[in-house]
Design a binder for this molecule. Structure first.
Ligand code: MG
Length: 386
């Protein structure tokens, strides 16, 4: 394949868990893809290694001090851009075909919007973008005719189950959840769980924010909202089932009672590769499911009383408007405070619930409404936690 036909890729958040897995996938296809731009917050050692290996045209560093440090340490001709401006600029450049949006949290919203407006193919790993601004994002996607491919394993699974199907035949989406590290703990035991315990996910190796979200089940709540927007399915047609082995990544039930599931080992490289090669599938050396070794797959109803975050997410999407953005912002701050050892694990849902209770949702919000709601919710949570 000639150089011209290569697809140029920008990875937002390249030293994060999804970013690193994306680079592993891309390194298997040097003929098809060129790593063009990488962006980081401030992990200089991490990016120096990636620059050496992938020789990107440019790098964006969000943190200003870190960008100065990178400039002083870099020896080749890699272009260094700084801050959110740099991020918003590179996603629109002509020498980018695919944007892997894998920033954490609300920060992913603006660059993803700009990339859609610039008609780039989007591999979306930043679920918060759809949670806070799903209506706006999906309208932009339709308006600009871009491909928005889910990287989240559950949504990749649903997407794969829907290939060749008509939306009118979908009866229900069934999202699977591992249940996280505290699935079998009692509510009383949850009072005393530590940060280390919460960060110890049984099946998936991920960044700290999403790992805490998995422990509270907020991750599944965010995914319910994400699925609602991606697949146009009403919240009451989205079920969550606990499946501790994380082999079935999600399912779709059709009107005739038939159910399709997508299975695989829990490895993010598989959905990342599918998003990049879709509608094609490429050979990979990733681990395979061994059914005799697996022996059994089990399923349970999620305990919404023990893990109130899941119910909060259903409440937020049913209210709609700016409520999901408020829930998301409150969650981001609560998780940050938990990781800082400022609040206990059970305070996380309490703070989110309190914040949602104090918010009057604006229906069909503009981006400014969403940003205002996000800022308000962050301040509100912080007013209760020093
Ligand atoms: Mg997921």
């Amino acid at each position: 394949m000639s150089e011209i036909q290569k697809k140029n890729v920008a990875i937002l958040g390249s030293t994060g868990s999804i970013g690193k897995n994306s680079l592993k996938v891309l390194s298997n296809f040097p003929e098809q893809f060129k790593v063009q731009y990488l962006t980081i917050n401030k992990n200089i050692d991490g990016i120096l290694e990636q620059i050496q290996q992938f020789k990107p045209r440019g790098v964006v560093v969000l943190d200003e001090a870190a960008s100065r440090e990178l400039k002083s340490r870099i020896t080749d001709s890699t272009e260094i851009l700084c801050g959110e401006e740099g991020l918003l600029e590179i996603v629109q450049r002509d020498d980018v075909d695919i944007v892997i949006s894998s920033l954490v949290g609300f920060a992913g919203l603006k660059p993803t919007m700009k990339a859609i407006e610039a008609k780039k193919k989007i591999a979306l790993a930043n679920k918060e973008t759809l949670v806070v601004a799903g209506e706006i994002i999906m309208n932009l996607v339709r308006q600009h005719g871009v491909a928005l491919l889910p990287v989240d394993s559950e949504h990749s699974a649903i997407f794969q189950c829907l290939v060749g199907e008509e939306s009118k035949h979908v009866a229900k989406i069934i999202l699977t959840a591992s249940g996280g590290p505290f699935r079998t703990k009692s509510k009383d035991e949850l009072k005393h769980v530590t940060i280390e315990q919460a960060l110890n996910h049984p099946n998936w190796k991920m960044g700290s924010k999403i790992t805490i979200d998995s422990a509270t089940l907020m991750n599944k709540g965010l995914e319910v909202i994400e699925a609602h927007w991606l697949f146009g399915v009403l919240p009451d047609k989205i079920d969550v089932v606990i499946h501790p082995q994380s082999i079935i990544h999600s399912m779709v039930e059709f009107v005739d009672g038939s159910v399709k599931a997508q299975l695989g080992v829990p490895d993010m490289k598989i959905p990342i590769q599918y998003a990049l090669t879709y509608p094609d599938r490429a050979q990979s050396a990733f681990a395979r499911v061994s059914f005799p070794q697996l022996k059994e797959m089990t399923f349970f109803e999620p305990d919404k009383e023990k893990f109130p975050c899941l119910q909060l997410a259903f409440d937020a999407i049913k209210t709609g408007g700016t409520m999901p953005a408020v829930m998301n912002a409150a969650n981001e701050i609560a998780v940050e405070k938990f990781l800082d050892d400022k609040i206990t694990f059970l305070r996380i849902p309490q703070l989110i619930s309190k914040t949602m209770g104090a918010h009057v949702s604006t229906p069909h919000p503009t981006i400014d409404n969403i940003i205002d709601a996000d800022v308000w919710a962050r301040h509100y949570v912080k007013s209760f936690v020093v």
